[in-house]
Design a protein around this ligand. Structure first.
Ligand code: PLP
Length: 383
């Protein structure tokens, strides 16, 4: 059978493989603590669920929604950006997505011709590389280093690659390292991308998952000319990974191209989910701060155990991940298998986020503190 050759460059989504392993172990009645995928365990606020159910009464609930999203939700996102980031957006500077994963994939053909280069970080959320390959583009990976606080170093981009690139995807707060960006860094990136005529895209899925009582930042705060775009997601902040919804904001022209792709590929998110997202944005800011509190408490508890077990990790307050070094004398696979088969713990091997110089693994803090601590406390001390 003749199939798409580009698929040869695309591997099965890592978390599907992990799910298969998990199901096999569960079938054998082995107790598993899954610290791999970033799928929040916290409950969905009642007002969100109530609205989801209530909107089934709307006469048009089952109809095709507008391709760019319902106006009421777009207005809420505009209000959110104004109140939280002091950024003014117009209606055509917002598009509602089925999730940021979908939007990121569709952004690629919206910006790039087949064969163009896309600058992406390494390690990274796997979708950037896979979708670049799927759409016939060349992902160019820039290594993130701990000594740079995992901020993509612009000096690492060869000039000839910048010339061939139309898109740069960054992601702060960062999955998998947890690194957070700052205003100075965003300004530098924007200046660089404007000079090189590269569309800059920040995947801001974790914008709100930061230290308690801190103000989140958006790349658009530092982009007066709005040349960049930012993706947002309801998955991580509002625990809505299953009834999915996200958005893209920023440069009108880019969003208009994205809409061209989207309207030919999908027909918008189910209206009741869009209505539920409105309720999410109407939640008091105490809700968001409480989510941060929970993850930061888990982070502190896990960091203490990791230190006791002599496992090195990157100290940060961004996202709900901890980026850890595999102990010496282990390969990543040996260590992850030891965690799985000796202790019933699943983590994500660092290579799921790209080919790396060192051995890493990622812990997701999306399991309750007691369970995470009980399982990690059983580990031996790795000298
Ligand atoms: C960096 C990053 N971006 C996007 C997503 C996907 O978000 P959504 O559920 O909105 O598609 C994830 C999910 O893990 C992520 O880690």
């Amino acid at each position: 059978m003749k199939t798409n050759n580009r698929l040869l460059k695309v591997s099965e989504y890592h978390f599907k493989t992990i799910n298969d392993i998990k199901n096999k172990l569960k079938a054998k009645n082995i107790k598993i603590t899954d610290l791999s995928i970033g799928d929040p365990d916290l409950s969905v606020d009642k007002s969100i669920i109530d609205e989801l159910v209530y909107s089934l009464n709307y006469s048009d609930f089952n109809k095709y929604p507008p391709y760019d999203g319902i106006k009421e939700l777009k207005l809420k996102i505009i209000e959110y950006y104004r109140q939280i980031y002091f950024v003014n957006l117009e209606l055509d500077e917002v598009i509602i997505l089925i999730g940021s994963k979908e939007g990121i994939s569709n952004l690629i053909p919206a910006v790039c011709d087949i064969g163009d280069y896309i600058i992406i970080p390494n390690p990274r959320y796997p979708v950037y590389e896979m979708c670049a390959n799927l759409w016939g583009n060349n992902p160019y990976k820039i290594n993130l280093r701990e000594k740079d606080d995992y901020l993509l170093n612009l000096k690492d981009i060869p000039n000839e690659i910048a010339k061939k690139s139309k898109l740069m995807i960054i992601n702060y707060p960062n999955n998998p390292t947890g690194a957070v960006a700052n205003s100075q860094y965003y300004k530098e990136l924007i200046k660089y991308c404007n000079k090189k005529e590269i569309i800059l895209c920040n995947d801001g899925a974790y914008n709100e998952i930061i230290k308690e009582n801190k103000n989140p930042i958006s790349i658009l705060q530092y982009d007066n000319e709005k040349t960049s775009v930012e993706f947002g997601s309801f998955s991580k902040t509002y625990n809505m990974t299953g009834f999915r919804i996200g958005y893209a904001v920023g440069n009108k022209k880019v969003l208009n191209s994205l809409l061209k792709i989207k309207s030919n590929i999908d027909s918008g998110q189910f209206k009741p989910i869009q209505c539920a997202a409105i309720k999410a944005l109407e939640l008091n800011r105490k809700y968001v701060n409480n989510i941060r509190k929970v993850y930061n408490q888990r982070r502190k508890a896990v960091e203490k155990i990791l230190s006791d077990k002599k496992i090195n990790f990157y100290k940060t307050n961004g996202t709900f991940y901890i980026w850890c070094k595999v102990p010496e004398n282990y390969t990543t696979d040996e260590f992850c298998e030891e965690l799985l088969y000796n202790y019933g713990i699943i983590v994500t091997p660092g290579y799921a986020f790209g080919k790396l110089d060192n051995n890493y693994f990622r812990i997701s803090l999306t399991v309750d503190e007691k369970t995470i601590c009980e399982s990690l406390n059983k580990l031996k001390v790795y000298n």
